[in-house]
Design a protein around this ligand. Structure first.
Ligand code: SF4
Length: 374
């Protein structure tokens, strides 16, 4: 992801400037919880600008690492580029801190004192100790309701999104034939596998796909438009295609369920505001269908062989199954012995092509499906 502008700011256009380059986690003060935080950054910027005449402070990337220990130490290997690392929050400067009850504040202060005792004066930046305490404190702050001021700011941001929506569409001209429309469809996949005698056999297996479409419009000519609302910003051109890949799933569901390919899929990005439109093609829907079949075939074969290879990655940090995962040195045996794991996994083959669409639930006008058929 690249910003729209990478030039020098106006104040440095005609002269040279200087400033500090700092790895923020190492800019520690007596108040920070063992790791330099945003309050330390504010002090560094104010002090260096006011006292020394510095023009800028350059810091390491502040994007989010795993929210649980062990936290990735390198700021250049974030788990998310969308969110900032909450490790850099100064707990006492979160507005809700002042609204804590005496008992809750005492608990937060106890956590702070414990961290200061363990980490102050140490030479090593111990993110895990700092984050374990800070996370517990932030959870206490999270239980405090928003103040009137914060609530007003939240409502103002919501209002802005609604105002932006009106810039994109005239709702009196919109024909939302289906809202929060849940579609489901059965498909049958022929799975090839070896039997006990080593012979290849093909067996049909069925699965049900479900999806929820924000809004489905049908015009006078019976053409379908799938509309999806996004509260965030539109992706840059470089990432647009990746973001649009999900829309082909909507198109696939519509074709399976309604028997008709949508003329277009529209993503309404309310923060910008902007509409991105994709036109599903027979080829893109066919490709999606093949991917679904390939994935289901892999799942069936894995169930038959009881072969579920772990696929370790950054998301392992969020996973609660380390005790049972071979990649983490765990084992399923204890669970199986205790009868907590049902095995074998039962997948019932269904003969015949099948694939009839089925409406799972829909808040739709009764005329929806007549309209499509006409
Ligand atoms: S099951 Fe294992 S490999 Fe998969 S996410 Fe969890 S820890 Fe990682």
């Amino acid at each position: 992801m690249t910003p729209a502008f990478l030039g020098l700011p106006e104040s440095l256009r005609d002269r040279k400037g200087w400033g500090f380059a700092a790895q923020l986690y190492s800019v520690r003060s007596r108040q920070s919880w063992g790791v330099g935080d945003l309050a330390d950054l504010a002090h560094l910027a104010a002090w260096s600008g006011k006292e020394l005449g510095a023009d800028f402070v350059l810091v390491n990337p502040l994007h989010a690492a795993e929210p649980s220990a062990p936290m990735e130490p390198s700021p250049y290997l974030p788990t998310s580029r969308r969110f900032f690392n909450p490790l850099y929050l100064r707990v006492e400067e979160v507005p809700e801190y002042t609204a804590l009850s005496a008992a809750a504040r005492a608990e937060v202060d106890r956590l702070a004192a414990k961290v200061h005792a363990a980490l102050d004066g140490g030479d090593v930046v111990d993110r895990d100790t700092a984050w374990t305490a800070k996370r517990a404190a932030l959870e206490i702050l999270h239980s405090v309701p928003r103040s009137d001021e914060r609530e007003a700011a939240f409502l103002a941001s919501a209002e802005q999104l609604v105002r932006n929506y009106f810039l994109l569409e005239d709702p009196t001209q919109v024909r939302g034939n289906g809202l929060e429309l849940m579609l489901g469809t059965d498909i049958t996949v022929d799975v090839r596998s070896r039997d006990a005698a080593g012979q290849w056999t093909t067996t049909p297996h069925s699965l049900r796909l479900r999806g929820i479409i924000d809004r489905l419009d049908i015009d006078d000519d019976g053409e379908i438009t799938v509309v999806d609302y996004k509260s965030g910003r539109a992706p840059s051109e470089r990432f647009e295609q990746g973001r649009l890949s999900g829309v082909h799933f909507y198109a696939y569901l519509c074709e399976r369920f309604l028997g008709k390919t949508p003329a277009k899929v529209q993503l309404l990005y309310l923060a910008d505001p902007v509409i991105i439109t994709a036109t599903p093609s027979a080829q893109s829907i066919r490709g999606l269908g093949r991917r679904v079949e390939a994935i289901w075939s892999t799942v069936v074969q894995a169930c038959e062989k009881e072969s579920f290879r772990p696929n370790p990655g950054k998301l392992c940090a969020y996973c609660s199954y380390h005790a049972y995962c071979p990649a983490q040195g765990g084992s399923l045996d204890a669970l199986v012995d205790a009868g907590a794991v049902a095995r074998p996994v039962e997948l019932v083959p269904r003969p015949g092509a099948g694939g009839d669409g089925e409406q799972v639930a829909a808040a739709t006008e009764p005329s929806l499906f007549e309209a499509v058929g006409s």
